[in-house]
Design a protein around this ligand. Sequence first.
Ligand SMILES: *[C@@H]1O[C@H](CO)[C@@H](O)[C@H](O)[C@H]1NC(C)=O
Length: 215
Amino acid sequence: ELVSLILDEECRKRLTSACSKDLQDFPETRGPVILEVGCGSGAIGLSLLKKLPHSQLIAIDKLEAAVNLTKENAERLHLQERIHIFHHDISSCPWECLLPWGLVDTIISNPPYIFHEDMTCLAAEILCFEDLGALDGGNDGMSVIKEILNVASYILKDCGSVYLEVDPRHPEMVTNWLSSHPDLFLFVSATHKDFCGKPRFLHIQKRREENHQRA
Ligand SMILES: *[C@@H]1O[C@H](CO)[C@@H](O)[C@H](O)[C@H]1NC(C)=O
């Protein structure tokens, strides 16, 4: 769902938005530079690489096993030329290390977003087989989301996008949080529902340069 949403939105953004000129400005042989935070097996990022010719992916994960798995899958899909995979935790990695290809066009993540108090209510098969560190988003479910948005304000190009899978309570919470952090120059541009009709995916964008002045 996240992958097809990103493909649709990116296409629509290029055709219709006030930013379309900036976004279409790729040379023939260069596609968007995408950063995936918490790549896990690489399923989301590698699908985008496959679908978007000339796109490039920086994939990071705090678990070495996930980094190894993404590498293995990238090779299996013959995508290793267009990917940099790093063993990093977004909360401690200096943002310069995320810029091997310069500023980033798009950041994607299915971050840990479960509210800590809800962790005990998860289905048994999730508790038994999933890495709990990949699920627990802290008291408000937003600890990693906030890290990602902080980094986004530095490394995204103007008009660049962040796509996140979130808890249905988060669209409103993230909107409020961004309103109280205008220095990040980010705004929620769309919320999309999942197949159950719950608001589950956030599209956040960075404002254009002429509309802001960084201190
Ligand atoms: C990841 O791959 C490296 C290099 O092949 C290996 O040394 C390391 O043990 C692997 N780590 C895990 C957690 O699988």
